[in-house]
Design a protein around this ligand. Structure first.
Ligand code: NAD
Length: 428
């Protein structure tokens, strides 16, 4: 079981687990280090635009329901806003705001010519048919149509939205514009202007980040034991690609159990097993261990790639990995940061480690606008170049300013965005 080092009050716990507060804490730390003046802090904190729409939709049984949707454009200082659209019953404007600013920093840290945005619709996709989801998507798109576009704001999939959702948005936008405009969204099916290499991109970015961190430690993949939480798009792809490069993936942690093999798991066999049975449990190539304890296994690299708030002030002291590569968004709370720093764990923060996804989304947008599609090798090569350069930028920045990698990543991002704002000047 998960051992707690202190019993927090629910108030403290709420604050620790609130991604908005965590994002603010990191923003403040970076802004203080950069000695940003109050005016610039106000500009960088405030979203440029927030749109709320109420979407009337006829359900399959003939009833009318009204859904609420948001699109927040946090910054367009460095280029069009970029960020996903999520469908979930608990979407709030506050959450969308926090996620939009997160996208601004993520795009800036890997130096993409994008700002940050995010959208969401309050609905429960599990209770909606495909036809209902299509109508919600099309009406939501129509309601925000003046504010999106290849040069304005480029949405992408997020929680409970996918390639099909992007195809509907692209089609609705194109019908209104009277011309097919594939570059209005990314994460599209390959036959509608999607990019090769997109499904693997985030996992590949995690692998490249790991590889760069190993170089600093002088370690080789074959001597590197890796634990991965989450066997989905990010964690599954990272596991598959890293196993091919001879990393020893000693444990995969899922929501129902963890599988452990000290000699390294056969990832392809585990994928086949999960496909056939729907779970990693019962896999013959490893033993089942407690899924909470698995996070604290002795290993060189830990990749949390499932969800937010996994490494907290209550368990960070038990982490034994030397390198933490954050595949998920927000897997570490801001209160866990000092504990990891004290343990001298080398952290590749989420806004860098999982930026491979948005980087290949950028390539998709470029290819759509060029009307010329790259082969997978070229996509992967260019992704590598961006990930390696960004990793080096962050590590150098950390050394120069004597801060940890997370603070360095935020400082670099804030600095790039504020520099663009200053160069442009404030239009009055
Ligand atoms: P996914 O749904 O494909 O995979 C998540 C996996 O984690 C699933 O297999 C799920 O069963 C497992 N999981 C859920 N709760 C768990 C728990 N408590 N313990 C262990 N396993 C659990 O999602 P994804 O696309 O891989 O995204 C994972 C994380 O990465 C999210 O935080 C997401 O925001 C972030 N992310 C994804 C991308 C991308 O390109 N997909 C890009 C950047 C960041």
């Amino acid at each position: 079981m998960l051992v707690q080092t202190a019993t927090p009050s629910s108030h403290e716990e709420d604050a620790e687990f609130n991604p908005l507060l965590s994002a603010e804490a990191r923003f403040d730390e970076a802004a203080n280090q950069l000695r940003l003046d109050d005016g610039m802090r106000k500009v960088l904190r405030s979203p440029a635009r927030e749109i709320t729409v109420h979407i009337p939709v006829v359900l399959d049984d003939g009833r009318i329901e009204v859904f609420t949707g948001y699109r927040v454009q946090h910054s367009i200082a460095r280029g069009p806003a970029k960020g996903g659209i999520r469908y979930a019953p608990d979407v709030t404007l506050n959450e969308v705001r926090a996620l939009a600013s997160w996208m601004t920093w993520k795009c800036a840290v890997v130096n993409l010519p994008f700002g940050g945005g995010k959208g969401g619709v309050i609905c429960n996709p599990a209770q909606l048919s495909q036809f209902e989801l299509e109508r919600i998507t099309r009406r939501y798109t129509a309601e925000i149509i003046e504010f999106i576009g290849p040069e304005k704001d480029v949405p992408a999939p997020d929680m409970n939205t996918n390639e099909q959702t992007m195809a509907w948005i692209m089609d609705t936008y194109s019908m209104h514009m009277r011309q097919t405009t594939t570059a209005v969204v990314t994460g599209k099916p390959i036959d509608l202007g999607g990019s090769k290499g997109r499904p693997e991109a985030t996992g590949r970015g995690c692998m490249i980040s790991t590889e760069q961190a190993l170089r600093l430690f002088n370690w080789k993949p074959e001597d590197t034991r890796v634990v991965i939480q989450g066997f989905g798009n990010v964690g599954g792809m990272a596991a598959r690609l890293m196993a091919r490069e001879n990393y020893k993936i000693i444990s995969i942690i899922e929501y129902d159990c963890a599988i452990f093999n000290p000699h390294g798991l056969d990832i392809e066999a585990l994928m086949t097993h999960r496909k056939e049975t729907g779970t990693i449990a019962g896999f013959a190539g490893g033993e089942e261990i407690d899924r909470f304890e698995a996070l604290f296994l002795d290993c060189e690299v830990l990749i949390p790639a499932a969800k937010e708030n996994v490494i907290t002030s209550h368990n960070a002291s038990k982490i034994r990995a030397r390198i933490l590569v954050e595949g998920a968004n927000g897997p570490t709370t801001s209160m866990a940061d000092p504990i990891l720093a004290e343990k001298r764990i080398f952290v590749v923060p989420d806004i860098l480690a999982n930026a491979g996804g948005v980087t290949v989304s950028y390539f998709e947008w470029v290819q759509d606008r060029q009307g010329y599609f790259w082969n997978e090798n070229l996509v992967n090569e260019r992704l590598r170049e961006i990930m390696v350069n960004s990793f080096n930028d962050v590590v150098k920045y950390a050394e120069m300013h004597k801060v940890n990698n997370r603070t360095a990543a935020y400082m670099l991002a804030l600095d790039r965005v504020q520099f663009a704002i200053k160069l442009r000047g404030l239009y009055a």
